[in-house]
Design a protein around this ligand. Structure first.
Ligand SMILES: NC(=O)c1ccc[n+]([C@@H]2O[C@H](COP(=O)([O-])OP(=O)(O)OC[C@H]3O[C@@H](n4cnc5c(N)ncnc54)[C@H](OP(=O)(O)O)[C@@H]3O)[C@@H](O)[C@H]2O)c1
Length: 344
């Protein structure tokens, strides 16, 4: 007998991707329940060859649910994740609400799967920010090989990272440019079509943005609190796929060839790095893929033991839905959860 799985936020970018990935990976689910806000009640969403009718979260009884994949924003997670956990489900939460709670493990399975056992404290496991997930997948094997001291990152983040309304805004603005219509920013602080915006999330007191703060704090929690990071997060007019230009300073020497070899053998990483036009991966090509792609690996001669590289991944998959499902698989493979129906 399999598990009973709820997907909260099933009509959203991440929720729809979760349903696709559960079906693609033949996740051992006997039943999958799609939930969203009251306005989506009765809407149909695809789950493999099946169609599910969306139910409203507000009156749903979670007592039969084993695993809840939560992807409906921080406000919903703040209220509902503890209630769902109290009903006996393990909550895998995609929002930023629980990531910084010391009693909630923040997991990227390729990096810190052993920490998953910490879920027993609150019944909640947090999924990191999309830009953090792909960064730590690539940093972890390099850290093991030559010990990372400091990382400088500039991100180029697609609009899908801000939800389905943000994708609609890029589409509508792009059309408006060609039709010489008025451009009206709503979701983003400035026009995003044929532009880019060096602000994601709100400003902090020190002038960084909350998205930049998240990447620093999450990388330390998942990988190593001793690593120093400085991050600039930029929204770009790309629909799917986050890119990162990354400079890494190591404690110990590491050559370009050693880094390439290390990354080639690392879980979740694919190296595509030919020194010729097009010999690298762009966000367009990584959409719909599971891997974190690393290209443009080269020496940074401005520091001792420095490397520069380009890291690209599908933010809706490794950055959100795939990572959450890998966490659920990790719980199952380590026999940390039992299906309620089986136990009854
Ligand atoms: N997109 C990414 O790359 C990414 C990466 C990591 C984490 N996340 C996080 O994942 C979450 C979802 O992101 P998204 O991109 O999928 O957003 P989205 O496309 O805007 O979808 C939001 C989903 O939440 C549901 N929802 C909103 N309010 C609700 C309520 N009161 N009760 C029940 N359901 C409600 C929506 O349902 P309706 O359609 O009924 O409104 C929809 O299904 C966010 O917390 C985000 O920070 C996203």
């Amino acid at each position: 007998m399999g598990y009973t799985v709820a997907v909260v936020g099933a009509t959203g970018n991440v929720g729809r991707e979760m349903l696709d990935i559960l079906a693609e990976r033949s996740f051992p689910a006997d039943e999958v329940i799609a939930l969203a806000s009251r306005k989506s009640q009765g809407v149909e969403v695809s789950y493999g060859d099946h169609t599910l009718k969306v139910k409203a979260l507000e009156h749903y009884d979670f007592s039969a649910i084993d695993i809840c994949l939560m992807s409906a924003g921080s406000a919903v997670s703040k209220e509902w994740s503890p209630k769902i956990a109290a009903a006996g489900a393990v909550v895998i939460d995609n929002s930023s609400c629980w990531r910084y709670d010391s009693n909630v493990p923040l997991i990227v399975p390729e990096v810190n799967s052993d920490a998953v056992t910490g879920f027993r404290q609150r019944g909640i496991i947090a999924n990191p920010n999309c830009s953090t997930a792909q960064l730590v997948v690539a940093l972890k094997p390099l850290h093991e090989r030559a010990k990372i001291k400091r990382v400088v990152v500039a991100t180029y983040q697609s609009v899908s990272g801000a939800g389905k309304e943000a994708m609609d805004e890029l589409f509508a603005q792009t059309k408006a440019v060609f039709q010489i219509d008025e451009i009206l920013p709503k979701k983003f602080p400035k026009r995003i079509a044929f532009n880019l915006i060096p602000q994601i999330d709100v400003f902090m007191e020190d002038g960084t943005t909350r998205e930049e703060w998240k990447m620093v704090v999450e990388t330390k929690k998942i990988l190593d609190p001793k690593i120093k990071l400085v991050v600039t997060c930029v929204r770009v007019p790309v629909f799917i796929g986050h890119s990162e230009a990354v400079n890494i300073e190591f404690e110990n020497p590491i050559t370009v060839e050693e880094a390439r070899e290390t990354l080639r053998n690392a879980p979740g990483c694919i190296v595509i790095d030919k020194h010729e036009p097009g010999g690298y991966v762009t966000p367009y090509e990584c959409a719909g893929e599971d891997a974190t792609y690393i290209s443009r690996i080269r020496e940074d001669a401005t520091v001792e033991n420095g490397l520069s590289m380009w890291i690209v991944s599908d933010n809706l998959r490794k950055g959100a839905a795939l990572n959450a499902i890998q966490i659920a698989e990790c719980l199952i493979n380590r026999k940390l959860i039992t299906a309620k129906r089986k136990a009854a």
